[in-house]
Design a protein around this ligand. Structure first.
Ligand SMILES: Cc1ncc(C[n+]2csc(CCOP(=O)(O)OP(=O)(O)O)c2C)c(N)n1
Length: 532
């Protein structure tokens, strides 16, 4: 009879979940005993980093990914990262060790006493198996649920004395053999109606969101935009973790602003707004106004029933966005509408300007490899990066849809490990870097040759901008003088340098991109927001 450990690792193997992220404690050691040679354990030095790395890995590999944490305190440390994974629709299977069963009721040290309630609102499913022999089936349940739409984190609590128990051979084999697929296509009637509506509209527009990238829908989105001559927008940047449409395409208009009134204003003149793979919309801050331009109808296509149900306006079709775009493409004729005005391309930034984030991003764009991936957490320069870099290949941009800092630095390690053949550039604000700072160690330890670009403006620039919007004066805690990220990263073993003008930035980035190990380029930049 196989043990729980053997059956569980067979299950992980069958789901190609052979990279496990973790931070071990005494309650997790029994799971890790005789760790199989075909598995890789990636150590994170704090649990927020463990889940952040697993989130990046899950998204960049497209597969459920295990993050093993240390009982209650480990889950507590990781809560912000689990919040982000949920917003990112990232299939992270969070597990945590638990006291031995015989000592749980007496609440011996480190008993996770209400284990399943702790991460509850942030996960799709939270469970502690009633018997040791149920562990493999509980893990299978979690893995399949995490991967089903809407993808997202699950939690399984694992008592530490379960691993040597025996499980039934036939049950273990059956669990390993199972496959669960869940990409639902839309009701053909709904597709036919929307196709007719789209073709007949005077001035329709398409908004393409993150789940189109996750579902491999770029070609369908481009095909539909071209056949129907649709201008295309990306959803508001702060809540949109992936890019689903090439930003260099002539039909691409830009990134929608993140607030109610401005979205309606931007889409003025359109009578039909089709949104694929995004909530409608990830708004923030609150700038009231009409939800839609006058006379416009909105149809959202999402695989997330909650996104469909909570939207404040419009129709919704709950189905896989990529499959639905493909079905729409097949159902619409070539339109005779004039093609949209070609987009203007990146805003020109005079190179002689004082070094600000926009200037840095023009230099990054010059050296950015065609197959490069950006992981971004530089709040005051998000829009500048989107404008200057114009990401135009699938799976090339990862950003936290949740808004919790600490994603970028940690996720970049997971993304690079999942995509070892593609260059990864992680763009960070000096403030953001602090929330996952120990991920520098994991990048070095696992030889992930990430290029870290740190924009150091010595402040929380975006919060100063928010203070203006919120009409807040005199708030403390918005300046970060003397934060030397390069020195801290060097302490973790990263090769670092500081670049002080545009040429130095370009050269430093080019050389870091050519290096086989992680390298960091820190750039002191002007304070304030960079919008383009
Ligand atoms: C976990 C978490 N804590 C706090 C915040 C609030 N916050 C949002 S942006 C920001 C500033 C980040 O600083 P930096 O990376 O230097 O970015 P800049 O605004 O200067 O570009 C803070 C503290 C957050 N989003 N998440």
């Amino acid at each position: 009879m196989p043990t729980v450990r053997e059956a569980s690792f067979d299950l992980f193997r069958s789901q190609q979940a052979t990279t496990i992220f973790g931070n071990p404690g005494s309650t997790e050691l029994p799971m890790l005993a005789d760790f199989p040679a075909d598995f890789r354990y990636v150590l994170g030095l704090q649990e927020a980093v463990v889940v952040g790395m697993a989130d990046g890995y899950a998204q960049a590999s497209g597969r459920p990914t295990v993050a093993n944490l240390h009982t209650g305190p480990g889950v507590g440390n990781a809560m912000g990262a689990i919040f982000n994974a949920q917003a990112n629709h990232s299939p992270v299977v969070v597990t945590a060790g638990q006291q031995v069963r015989a000592q749980m009721t007496m609440q011996a040290l480190l008993t996770n006493r209400d284990a399943t309630r702790m991460p509850h609102p942030l996960v799709k499913w939270s469970y502690e198996p009633p018997r040791p022999e149920d562990v493999p089936l509980a893990l299978a349940h979690g893995i399949h649920l995490a991967a089903l739409p809407p993808r997202g984190p699950v939690f399984v609590s694992l008592p530490m004395d379960d691993w040597d128990a025996e499980v039934d051979r036939a049950e273990a084999d059956a669990a390993v053999a199972r496959r669960v697929s869940g990409r639902a296509s839309a009701d053909p009637d709904a597709v036919r109606r929307l196709a007719g509506h789209l073709d007949q509209a005077e001035n329709p527009v398409l908004v393409v969101g993150p789940d189109v990238d996750a579902g491999g829908g770029w070609d369908a989105a481009v095909g539909l935009a071209e056949r129907q001559r649709l201008p295309v927008w990306a959803p508001p940047a702060p809540g949109s973790g992936r890019i689903g449409f090439p930003e260099g395409h002539p039909n691409f208009r830009g990134v929608l602003p993140p607030a109610i009134g401005p979205v309606a204003q931007t889409l003025e003149g359109h009578d039909l707004i089709v949104v694929a793979g995004s909530s409608v919309f990830p708004y923030y801050p609150y700038i009231p106004g009409p939800l839609l331009p006058e006379g416009a109808q909105l149809v959202a296509i999402t695989s997330d029933p909650d996104e469909a149900a909570r939207a404040p306006m419009g129709y919704a079709i709950v189905a896989d966005p990529a499959l639905t775009l493909k079905a729409l493409l097949e159902a619409v004729p070539e339109s005779s509408r004039p093609a949209p005005e070609p987009n203007q391309g990146p805003t020109e930034i005079p190179p002689e300007d004082p070094l600000n984030s926009s200037t840095v991003h023009t230099a990054l764009a010059e050296v950015f490899p065609e197959d490069g991936i950006v992981v971004l957490e530089s709040p005051a320069s998000t829009l500048a990066l989107r404008n200057q870099l114009r990401i135009s290949r699938p799976g090339s941009y990862f950003f936290s849809s949740g808004g919790g800092l600490g994603f970028g630095l940690a996720a970049s390690v997971g993304v690079q490990l999942a995509q070892p053949d593609r260059p990864v550039v992680c763009v960070l604000g000096e403030g953001s870097a602090q929330y996952a700072i120990t991920a520098f160690w994991s990048a070095v330890a696992y030889e992930a040759p990430i290029v870290f670009l740190v924009l150091n403006n010595s402040e929380y620039a975006i919060l100063k901008w928010f203070a203006e919007v919120e009409q807040v004066e005199g708030a403390p805690g918005l300046d970060l003088p003397k934060l030397d990220v390069a020195a801290v990263a060097a302490g973790y073993g990263v090769a670092t340098r500081v670049a002080k003008d545009r040429d130095e930035v370009r050269e430093a980035l080019a050389s870091a991109l050519a290096s086989p190990r992680p390298e960091l380029v820190e750039v002191p930049v002007q304070p304030g927001m960079s919008l383009f």
